[in-house]
Design a protein around this ligand. Structure first.
Ligand code: URA
Length: 236
């Protein structure tokens, strides 16, 4: 571990004194988080950027697709010590999830240490399709489906449904299984959507994200994205 200002100076970007100024005045991000404290220690896996330019280019970017199990938190750290999505991936890189799935939601989540890639995917102008399978408490009606397709308003904004499939209605168990594709990323949005129809979501899984699908990854399994797949996200 080395002091941040020393690593910046060693990269040739600027002098140590100027690096200290840049840190204090809020120009420096470490792993996409603003750092203004001079004593901060970093190592070779930390991505340091100054005004948007990465200065330690030897950091290798990694991109993972994980099938998140239930009961795992979608963040890099948890104050309560619960298992996080990052804990499930064997790497020393400072990866973090791109967006989030609820604690009890399963399925496809991407993780990376490439801040530019994460920001690109999460930018509101980047309308990436996300497909969920939801098990609902209750029997969905034709009227409910028509309302969904027309667009239900949640907290002042309509949720646009790109695709909807009724997969199964179980009259005995009083449940419905649906597949729904949306482009937005508001927290708990699928649960809120079906709550509006008085059909609480019992189980939720994300099976698609853009052109990626969960394929045959079992719960807790993951794979690396190929460079081709990473590049494809930039060309969408
Ligand atoms: N919508 C939800 O309600 N929960 C998720 O985890 C993702 C989308």
């Amino acid at each position: 571990m080395e002091r941040l200002q020393k690593v910046i100076a060693a990269s040739g970007y600027t002098s140590r004194r100027k690096a200290e100024e840049l840190i204090k005045t809020g120009h420096v991000l470490v792993n996409d988080k603003l750092v203004t404290e001079l004593g901060t220690k970093v190592d070779s896996n930390d991505v340091i950027s100054i005004d948007g330019t990465i200065i330690n280019k030897d950091v290798k970017f990694e991109y993972y697709l994980l099938n998140k199990p239930r009961g795992v938190i979608s963040s890099a750290h948890d104050a309560e010590g619960r298992t996080t999505v990052v804990d499930l991936i064997a790497t020393s890189a400072r990866i973090y999830p791109i967006g989030r799935l609820d604690y009890n939601t399963t399925g496809l989540i991407l993780l990376t240490n490439d801040g530019e890639f994460a920001n690109h995917l999460m930018h509101p102008s980047f309308q990436i399709e996300k497909t969920y399978v939801a098990k609902l408490e209750g029997l969905i009606t034709g009227e409910d489906i028509a309302k969904l397709k027309k667009g239900i308003v949640i907290e002042g904004r309509k949720v646009e449904i790109k695709r909807f499939k009724l997969k199964k209605k179980d009259v005995e168990k009083n449940t419905s299984l649906v597949e729904v594709t949306i482009v937005e990323g508001r927290n708990h949005i699928i649960k809120k959507l079906f709550e509006k129809l008085n059909l609480p979501v019992n189980k939720l899984s994300r099976i698609g994200y853009g052109f990626l699908t969960i394929d045959n990854l079992k719960s807790g399994e993951y794979r690396l994205l190929s460079i081709k797949e990473v590049k494809k996200f930039y060309s969408l």
